[in-house]
Design a protein around this ligand. Structure first.
Ligand code: GN1
Ligand code: MG
Length: 350
């Protein structure tokens, strides 16, 4: 259910796009943690648009998102006009956002016949998704990725995430720090993962490409035959390393349980999914990766799982200011889940 305040203002926002009031209905949609996402359906109940309020506490400069998407969209029109990438529709007066009361709203066309899935159930899903994310990056080969703005500064910068963690240990909630002493110790003991990242940053053969930075399965649209159609959720598209996108697929597709589960003993690595991810991603990316990058494909998973464990634990210590918590200790559960996944992942590489 969407709170009344949204359904009230949602109709006003549609007016910015020339959609007459009362012709469409709006309801909550999806499972994202950051934005408010709604779906707009026509009178017959057919989905027409995604309506989204950008969270400007997380994305401090929403215009950086739209300028990135303009830049990418121009490259695609010129070089890959057939490539499907659902980009926001400008308002009637050509603005990237509708701004009632200073908020940042946008609409994105609904891709007909598409659906998203929340769980990567089969290796074929992993393959299809990895193919989509590999295709995405490969379509921007030749673009100057350094022109993209960092919509969230230092988003996948593991050195920065480490410093945030250290700051949280100094300034965070003392009770909570005491309670998660064991998890803190575990993450500290794995700091070699940060060292490796710092070496990568100094290595010119690790290229910074157009990177999605949120490659979970629900950010791929599938058709009715469960073939991948396109990727969505483009706000974190920035210059980045291949280990980000590949690693987040390992993080989110390998275990049968997602990051919300507290059934830690059931977390394990499904090796056939790992093979499928590598196959799908390599299909488009293998010719583009340098030899040193190829040697770091396994590290990608450690990098992303470790970073996410640290982000969840940091947020727990900071009293859930970033991710929020729908029950007390949720971010600690998420962190424990990721720590367990990291151990399973490392084991699976042996
Ligand atoms: C956030 O909102 P959502 O689910 O798309 C986060 C990702 C995390 C993810 C963990 C902008 O993504 O980095 O991996 O939660 N996005 C941002 O579930 O912080
Ligand atoms: Mg996202």
């Amino acid at each position: 259910m969407i709170p009344m305040e949204y359904s009230g203002s949602a109709q006003d926002i549609l007016a910015f796009y020339g959609i007459p009031s009362g012709t469409h209905s709006v309801r909550a949609f999806g499972t994202g943690l950051i934005h408010t996402t709604l779906i707009v359906e026509d009178a017959g109940g057919k989905p027409a648009f995604i309506l989204q309020r950008v969270n400007d506490a997380v994305f401090r400069k929403p215009l950086d998102i739209s300028s990135n998407l303009d830049y990418l969209g121009k490259h695609l029109s010129a070089n890959h006009p057939g490539y499907l990438l659902p980009l926001p529709t400008p308002t009637l007066d050509g603005q990237p956002y509708a701004r009632p009361n200073g908020a940042w709203w946008r609409i994105i066309p609904y891709v007909p016949g598409s659906h998203a899935i929340d769980v990567c159930e089969r290796p074929e899903d992993a393959y299809e998704a990895a193919l989509q994310f590999g295709t995405f990056t490969s379509r921007f080969e030749g673009i100057d990725a350094a022109q993209l703005k960092d919509t969230i500064p230092s988003f996948h910068d593991l050195s920065f995430r480490w410093r945030q963690f250290m700051t949280a240990l100094q300034d965070g909630d003392i009770e909570r720090i005491r309670e998660c002493n064991e998890e803190v110790r575990t993450l500290r003991s794995l700091a070699d993962i940060v060292d490796t990242y710092q070496r990568i940053c100094k290595e010119p053969s690790f290229r910074r490409r157009v990177t999605h930075h949120d490659t979970k399965i629900s950010n791929v649209l599938f058709d009715e035959g469960r073939k991948g159609l396109c990727v969505i959720d483009l706000d974190t598209v920035m210059a980045g390393y291949a280990i980000s996108d590949l690693g987040d697929m390992f993080r989110t597709y390998l275990s049968p349980l997602n990051e919300e589960s507290s059934d830690f003993n059931a977390i394990h690595v499904r090796r056939d999914f790992r093979v499928a991810i590598l196959e799908g991603y390599s299909e488009r990316m293998s010719d583009l990766l340098s030899e040193p990058e190829r040697r770091m494909l396994d590290y990608a998973g450690e990098f992303m799982i470790y970073m996410q464990a640290m982000r969840f634990l940091t947020d727990h210590i900071n009293r859930d200011v970033y991710y929020g918590a729908s029950y007390p200790g949720q971010n600690l559960v998420r962190a424990r889940n990721q720590i367990r996944l990291l151990a399973e992942y490392r084991d699976s590489l042996r």
